[in-house]
Structures are given as C-alpha cells and as structure tokens.
Write a protein that binds this ligand. Structure first.
Ligand code: UT7
Length: 324
C-alpha cells in the first residue's frame, strides 16, 4: 500500500507590489475600506510574466530543493483559472521548461479550491503505486481577468504561484483525510473569462463577461457556511479534533470570513495562518503561497497536522488534513 509524502513547498511572486493607496488612484476606494472589509493591505501584480512563468519558477524551485531529478517526476498538475492559453495546458509548459520529460501533465480548473483538489488527485496517482513523484502547483495571474474599473472586485485579487512536491511512500502518509465538494447550481456567483460564440453565423455578439464578476455577499455567506462544516468533516473522517491540528490554512480571501469560521468552530483565530494582508486573494495559489511562507519561517515541522481549506468559484469547496 502506497501513500503520499509531501517533501516540500515553494512559491514565486511577481516583484511589483501595489498598495491599497496606489489603487485609490485607479478606482474610487481607500486603504481604510479595503483593509477593514477584507484585511488586505497590498498585493503583487504581474507587469510582464504570465501564469506559466510563475508556475515554471515554482516547478524549478521544487525540483532544486527536493533533490528529486526532473526526469523522475511522473505527474504535474497545475490548478489555475488564468492560464496563458486554453491549450496547451500550463502544466505541459512547466513539464517542458523543467525537463520533466517522463511526466504526464494537465491543468485543473477549480478556482480557489484548485490546490486542494490538485493535491487530492496527485495523492490518488501516487496511491495507485504506478507513479512515484508528483508536483502540484497553484498559479494565477488574476490581474488579467479583473475589471480595473470595478472597485468591488479589482481591489481584492493578486497574482502569484505556489506548489508542493510529493513522493510515494509506504511508511508515511501526508494526506490524512479530505472533503471535496461542488455546487454547480450556484455557478453564477463567481464568473470570469467567458468565451463568447464567434463564428460567421453567431447571432448574439460579445458582452462584458470576460471580466471576473462576483456576488461578494453570496460568496461570503457560502464560505462561512461551508468551510466550518467541511473542516469538521475532515476531522470526523480522521477521528481527530482541532486540538490535534497545529494550523488551519484557509484560502486567503477575506479575514472577516476567517473570523466567522473561527467563531463557528469555537477555535482561536491564532490557529489560522493568514498572509492575505500582503498578497490579496490569489485564488488557487493562495494556500500553497501560505504553506511555502510557513515552511520558510520554520512553522511546519515533520509530523505536524494542519488543515487546508479552499473555497470559491464553481462553487467549490475542499478541505484536507495534511501531515507535514
Ligand atoms: O476567492 C473567491 C472567494 N471570494 C470571496 O471569498 C469573497 C467573499 N466576499 C467578500 O469578501 C465581501 O463580500 C467583499 C469584500 C467582496 C465585499 O464586502 P461587503 O462588506 O460584502 O461589501 P458590499 O459589497 O456589500 O459593499 C458595501 C459598500 C457598497 O456601497 P453602498 O451600496 O453601501 O453605498 C459598495 O459600493 O461598499 C462599496 N464598495 C466599495 N467602497 C470603497 C465596494 N467596493 C468598494 C471599494 N472601495 N473597493
């Protein structure tokens, strides 16, 4: 019986940092509104690089730090809603750039739950016993689908990438329990990147739906309802309690969402790792960026159990207990 062991986390962020004050020169907003409503102070925005550049950098760092040769990587999964191209996949671009010539590679589109879904999929590949090493990356350039005239969304998002490298293992298990969900009835709550029909016979021509649109209130309510339930679900499945968990690493969307989740779980806010003040909401990249930062700070020690919890467009939500 094979399991997955996570052997490293890495991240890559674009150099340009944009503060709330700088955004107030672009749309009618203020540092005070953004910070008090979301907890965000600044975010990184891409001036040149695209999603594949971010993901390739993370892939290279994961290979370097783990000492697993690129040709020994069997699976590459990139979670993204902002790929460079509809085809090829970002994962294939990573595979080529890092020299992982023996790896299968594909993207998944699960928005802010993408990294948790990606880890779950990679875990199943490794559990099969057929594949030995896998890379899972969350990478986004949300700034390219954000409507920079819409203050209700453009202040929320950032660009960046993070990822994990996993190896199959008989005597260690990093994926302890998981809870993956979708509610396709509510897909209209968050939309972006609509590709309109465009042939010589098309009757209805384009609209504005390429840009990211969100019903913030509905998504807030959805997140505060589903995330505590999902966290309880993974605890029950693993026969553990929150006392066994060192950190909860939620999707970094809004600190007010996390406050409500903490209250519902009757757990201190200190148990949650938040870095959204520096990066904003980076969708599929937010959880692995946080994990890489925690790892760098020495907050994650071998054997620690943490919960990661994503939620977002689809609507989708996903939690997992991860043993470091
Ligand atoms: O990653 C996917 C998951 N997404 C999320 O988790 C997002 C969940 N939702 C949220 O985080 C919150 O709903 C938001 C941060 C998006 C919005 O916060 P809110 O407290 O729900 O504000 P609101 O949309 O109800 O807007 C309140 C007011 C409105 O003005 P009126 O109608 O009360 O006069 C908005 O027009 O704030 C106004 N407003 C702004 N004012 C200044 C909206 N955006 C801004 C802004 N600056 N950037």
């Amino acid at each position: 019986m094979f399991n997955s062991k996570i052997v490293g986390f890495e991240s890559y962020l674009p150099k340009k940092v944009v503060t709330n004050d700088e955004l107030s020169n672009i749309v009618e907003t203020s540092d005070e509104w953004i910070y008090t409503r979301t907890g965000i102070s600044k975010r990184c925005l891409s001036t040149q690089e695209n999603t594949s550049d971010f993901a390739i950098n993370v892939g290279k760092k994961l290979i370097e730090k783990s000492n697993i040769p690129a040709e020994d990587i069997d699976v590459i999964i990139v979670a993204t809603i902002t790929p460079d191209y509809l085809t090829p996949s970002t994962a294939c671009m990573v595979q080529g750039a890092i020299g992982a010539k023996n790896a299968l590679a594909f993207d998944i589109n699960v928005a802010c739950s993408g990294f948790v879904y990606g880890l779950s999929i990679a875990d199943k590949f490794l559990k099969s016993g057929i594949y030995k090493n896998a890379i899972v990356i969350g990478a986004e350039t949300l700034s390219k689908i954000v409507d920079w005239t819409d203050r209700s969304t453009c202040v929320l998002f950032g660009d960046g990438s993070g990822g994990a490298i996993l190896t199959s293992c008989k005597d260690y298990n990093s994926v302890i329990s998981e809870d993956l969900n979708a509610d396709g009835m509510s897909w209209q709550a968050i939309t972006g990147g609509n590709l309109n029909n465009n042939n010589p016979f098309t009757e209805k021509k384009d609209d504005n739906s390429f840009y990211l649109a969100m019903n913030g209130r509905d998504v807030f309510n959805f997140a505060t309802k589903t995330v505590p339930k999902s966290i309880n679900e993974v605890l029950i499945k693993a026969n553990l309690t929150l006392d066994d968990i060192k950190y909860i690493v939620p999707h970094q969307a809004n600190s007010r969402i996390v406050e409500v989740v903490a209250k519902k779980l009757k757990v201190s806010l200190d148990k949650f790792y938040l870095n959204l003040q520096n990066f904003g909401n980076t969708s599929a990249a937010s959880i692995p960026i946080a994990l890489a930062e925690m790892s760098q700070k020495g907050l994650l020690q071998k054997g620690d159990k943490i919960i990661i919890a994503g939620f977002g467009a689809g609507l989708t939500w996903a939690s997992m207990i991860v043993q470091i």
